[in-house]
Design a protein. Structure first.
Length: 109
């Protein structure tokens, strides 16, 4: 295995929108749907589809409530989601700080 093996990156997180969602949620206790949408600059439908994938995988948890008559949907990362995000970021850092093997190392290894 090399540090550059793409199969070591979590395919669920390796989406620009899902990565952005988890990056935001890693820095806050929870976030409202509209806040996520506005920060990521995506549509309601697109964000909702990505959030459902993360929720189905157990990476985020949703809570719904009302303020007056206005529905509020909030998201937070789960312990599984925080761990997966940490692993993903760690893998990227490893890739960024690794050096490709030269020809002599490949032949020896």
């Amino acid at each position: 295995m090399t540090p550059y093996d793409y199969r070591d990156l979590d395919p669920l997180i390796h989406s620009r929108i899902r990565l952005s969602i988890l990056a935001i949620l890693a820095s806050v206790e929870d976030a409202e749907f509209t806040y996520l949408r506005d920060q990521i600059k995506t549509t309601d439908g697109n964000l909702g589809a990505h959030l459902r994938k993360l929720e189905k995988a157990g990476y985020v948890r949703v809570s719904k409530s009302f303020v007056g008559r206005r529905p509020i949907t909030r998201y937070r990362t789960t312990e599984i989601g925080r761990g997966a995000f940490r692993d993903y970021v760690g893998r990227l850092e490893w890739i960024l700080h690794s050096r490709p093997m030269d020809d002599d190392q490949r032949e020896a290894g």
